[in-house]
Design a protein around this ligand. Structure first.
Ligand SMILES: Cc1cc2nc3c(=O)[nH]c(=O)nc-3n(C[C@H](O)[C@H](O)[C@H](O)COP(=O)(O)OP(=O)(O)OC[C@H]3O[C@@H](n4cnc5c(N)ncnc54)[C@H](O)[C@@H]3O)c2cc1C
Length: 315
């Protein structure tokens, strides 16, 4: 596959799990792997990543790169591509990845292959038509910027023999400056990192029932709450809880879908979960097609009983 450059992502001073998944994806591609860490005061993280799948890690450490901005990050990636001779640039398919990857691909005049989840026989695999079909994408000449779905494959867990090299990036011509980060007032949830997700749909009925029925099960399992789109559209929960084609794509160890019919737009966001339990009154609901355990029942009977049993088992 030639030379591969992994673009890592930092959150709260730490390299995100999704970047370790890129390291696993890079191993799958089978080329010479190098990486890039962008930020301020991130040398320690870069050194650690070099030993955990990153290979040679370029460190773009500059106060002007402390916060994500598309111009600075694109300039850093371009500089790392020049330094590494990368053919393939791997970026996580996250909001900042969606933002920067097309700019880098256009600047390099190479193909952009977005939202891939696998690589087989020289082709990138991505879902199309809301997950109904998988497309196999081959790139002539192999040069590409590729965004990879978080959770598509397990994080790299081996060790590699890499070191760091400092990379200077000229951000002086940037037309945008970082002003501030304003966090949404609602309690933020990072569903992409949750190992257990208990999602409720329109069948839950109203916002109070999410607090009374869905949240306690999520709490006892140490998981997060998720939702289908009508729940979010109705304002019962903020958008960051939405799972699906216009929400988040998740792949937890356990996904419980309660009162969710299983429309294709929802399935595309959760069918990569390791184990799926569906609870629905309607035995013909399509959610059962992707579930390992299907419970045809009223969620208001099953979930409180399950929560109480788990609470009792935990003491
Ligand atoms: C462009 C586009 C993008 C979209 N993006 C998304 C997306 O990102 N995510 C998403 O989820 N949807 C998305 N949708 C909407 C999607 O098509 C469906 O309308 C939606 O997923 C349905 O949500 P639901 O299953 O909660 O509701 P419904 O389809 O109304 O299903 C409710 C289910 O609850 C069951 N039920 C009711 N009461 C109970 C009870 N007491 N116990 C057990 N079961 C009960 C019913 O049998 C039913 O199956 C999108 C649609 C479009 C057109």
């Amino acid at each position: 596959m030639g030379n591969i450059l992994i673009v890592t992502e930092i959150k709260d001073g730490t390299i995100r799990e999704a970047s370790y998944e890129l390291a696993a994806f890079a191993q799958k591609l089978g080329g010479d792997v190098k990486s890039l860490v962008i930020g301020s005061g991130i040398a320690g993280e870069a050194e650690s990543f070099a030993k955990k799948g990153g290979g040679t890690v370029y460190v773009a450490d500059d106060a002007s790169l402390a916060n994500y901005n598309v111009e600075g990050y694109a300039a850093a990636i371009r500089a790392a591509v020049d330094a590494s001779g990368a053919d393939v640039v791997l970026v996580s398919n996250t909001p900042s990845g969606w933002d920067v990857a097309p700019r880098v691909a256009a600047g390099l005049d190479v193909a952009l292959v977005s939202d891939v989840f696998d690589f087989q026989d020289g082709a990138y695999i991505r879902r199309v038509f809301n997950g109904k079909l998988n497309a196999r994408v081959k790139v002539p000449g192999d040069k590409a910027v590729v965004t990879v779905q978080p959770g598509a494959l397990p994080a790299f867990e081996g060790s590699t023999d890499g070191g760091t090299e400092s990379l200077s990036v000229d951000t002086s011509g940037a037309r945008s400056v970082f002003v501030e980060t304003k966090l949404a007032e609602s309690k933020g949830v990072d569903l992409s990192a949750a190992e257990v997700i208990i999602s409720g749909g329109r069948g839950v009925g109203d916002p109070e029932k999410f607090k009374e029925v869905i949240q306690p099960l999520a709490d006892v399992l140490g998981g997060a709450m998720g939702a289908s789109r009508p729940v979010v559209d109705a304002g019962w929960l903020p958008h960051e809880y939405q799972v699906g084609s216009s929400g988040q794509v998740v792949a937890p160890k356990l996904y419980v879908a309660a009162g969710i019919s299983g429309a294709i737009q929802h399935l595309v966001g959760m069918k990569g979960s390791n184990f799926i339990i569906a609870i629905n009154k309607d035995a013909d609901a399509p959610i059962f097609e992707v579930a390992q355990i299907g419970v045809v029942a009223d969620l208001f009977e099953i979930i409180p009983a399950l929560t109480a049993a788990l609470q009792e088992a935990k003491g």
